[in-house]
Write a protein that binds this ligand. Structure first.
Ligand code: KIV
Ligand code: ZN
Length: 509
């Protein structure tokens, strides 16, 4: 039997650090449900001291996970952070506190402004303090990828003695080359006294596009846990993509002496879910989950694949959930079929809520021949976006064409239930609609990105608009909207981004 490699998912923590990817607690719970379906070993649910929302997410995800996965909360090597993490994990069946400190010269001298001895002292103190609350304590040696080998070994030895059960060796800046990173892990395996008492974890960023290769090099040299995210979301260029490392291990299990327990058939659904919640699209040529990952275009390739699939395909698409869905949803489908499909997508609805979703589904099914998974995800997201929204769209009407001046009449309802209608002209219909929204909402922002794509195939496909706005303080907010009419999708997307901006500023007050 090969070594079991633990999969530690950090989509809800490091992934959420992608600009514009912030999620509310309900959205995090939907993703956590999908992570449980994927059968990951550890869910890093948040950084509880950072905000009441993160605290609440960790608490509720711990409750949801029960004993199906370890739930982990991040802290700095600071007592008040550890207290907050322990509090958020109070009722978790399998809690883990993840604490740590920077260990490279740059982090020690330039960021923390301390010396090496103090760094070790703080690390040991934090681990001991966390162990008072929790038997499972993971220590991260931030920027380990650029640290001195001997010093890193000293820190790791000290924290294992202090009670760390997992030691995380992050390449925080994505600087390393795979060979060198592998040597670093081997150095720790060979030179740290007591290394057999802890698991080595790797947490690699993708700044040079090598996060997957780095993580696998870590595994080849002794790591037994990989930290990763769905779609490779994460700070800057992102983190290691779960779907890539897990399939890498599956393809090369014997050479790596490794396997995982992940349910790979959920990868494509998980990818779409995370993309639709965060508003961050997946590039079409993304490995494993991109729209083109199993598409063969050249005649020579098509001929080969038709003769025998593995001439040009190393993975059976069904293994990662890239096959077509089996149940075709149409206007004739009932509650049971809809609920079954929604559950497979990671959503749970009962009673009145299910009735509401069913009604919206029928509405859509009347306009479309078939309702695909992507349509359902859009429909649920549209519904979630409207819940708790500060402004909701009541109506948008456009007049445009040659030689008319594009004019939009927009009606919004605010949280106090007041309805306001405004009419504005613009350079095009969307510009006119946005000007009308601005006139009502009056929030300073810069529109920095605007992308329209069709959610599914065919002329009747929903058009989904993703936009990004930047607040005056530089914070970025993503908005998404979908509808058969792209002016309506665009207006919804803009309103969704402004609602997020307003709510976040109100919460910070
Ligand atoms: O990249 C990093 O070093 C991290 C740590 C907080 C684990 O995200
Ligand atoms: Zn990270």
């Amino acid at each position: 039997m090969t070594r079991k490699i633990d999969i530690f998912d950090t989509t809800l923590r490091d992934g959420e650090q992608s600009p514009g990817a912030s999620m509310n607690t309900e959205e995090k719970l939907v993703i956590a449900r999908k992570l449980l379906q994927l059968n990951v070993d550890v869910i890093e649910a948040g950084f509880p001291i950072s905000s009441p929302g993160d605290f609440e997410s960790v608490r509720r995800i711990a409750d949801l996970a029960g004993d199906h996965a370890t739930v982990c909360a991040l802290t700095r090597a600071v007592e008040k952070d550890i207290d907050a993490a322990a509090d958020a994990l109070r009722y978790a069946k399998r809690p883990r506190i993840h604490t740590g400190i920077g260990v490279s010269k740059s982090h020690i001298y330039d960021k923390l402004r301390i010396d090496e001895a103090t760094c070790i002292e703080r690390a040991v103190k934090a681990v001991k303090y966390a162990r008072n609350y929790c038997e499972d304590v993971e220590f991260y040696a931030e920027d380990a990828g650029r640290s001195d080998y001997e010093f890193l070994a000293q820190v790791i030895e000290a924290v294992i003695k202090a009670g760390a059960t997992v030691v995380n060796i992050p390449d925080t800046t994505g600087y390393s080359l795979p060979d060198e990173f592998g040597r670093r892990i081997k150095f720790l395996m060979d030179n740290v006294d007591g290394i057999q008492n802890a698991k080595i974890s790797v947490h690699c960023h993708n700044d040079l596009g090598m996060a997957t290769a780095l993580s696998l090099a870590g595994v080849a040299n002794g790591a037994r846990q990989i930290e990763c995210t769905i779609n490779g979301l994460g700070e800057r260029a992102g983190n290691t993509a779960m779907e890539e490392v897990v399939m890498g291990i599956r393809m090369h299990g014997e050479e790596l002496d490794a396997h995982t327990d992940v349910n790979t058939r959920e990868f494509v659904r998980a990818s779409r879910l995370v993309s639709s919640i965060t508003g961050l699209s997946v590039q079409v040529n993304k490995a494993i989950v991109g729209a083109n990952a199993f598409a063969h275009s050249s005649g020579i390739h098509q001929d080969g694949v038709l003769k025998k699939r593995d001439t040009y395909e190393i993975i059976d698409p069904a293994e990662v959930g890239a096959g077509q869905s089996q149940i075709v949803l149409t206007a004739r489908s009932g509650h049971a079929a809809l609920r079954h499909r929604l559950e497979e997508l990671g959503y749970e609805f009962e009673g009145k809520e299910l009735d509401q979703v069913y009604e919206a589904f029928l509405n859509l099914a009347d306009r479309k021949k078939e309702v695909y998974d992507e349509d359902l995800e859009s429909l649920i997201n549209e519904r979630d976006r409207n819940e708790n929204a500060v402004y909701t769209l009541e109506a948008v009407q456009i007049s445009c064409g040659f030689p008319l001046t594009p004019t939009a009449t927009v009606t919004l309802r605010n949280a106090a239930d007041q309805v306001v209608t405004v009419c504005e002209c613009g350079t095009g219909p969307i510009d006119a609609a946005y000007k009308a929204v601005d006139k009502i909402v009056q929030v300073d922002n810069d529109l920095t990105d605007f992308v329209v794509q069709s959610v599914t195939r065919g002329i009747d496909a929903l058009g989904e608009v993703t936009i990004r706005v930047t607040a005056p303080d530089g914070e970025v907010f993503t908005g998404r909207g979908s509808d058969g009419d792209i002016v309506v999708s665009s207006t919804r997307a803009y309103l969704n981004a402004l609602n997020r901006l307003i709510s976040s500023k109100q919460a910070a007050r």
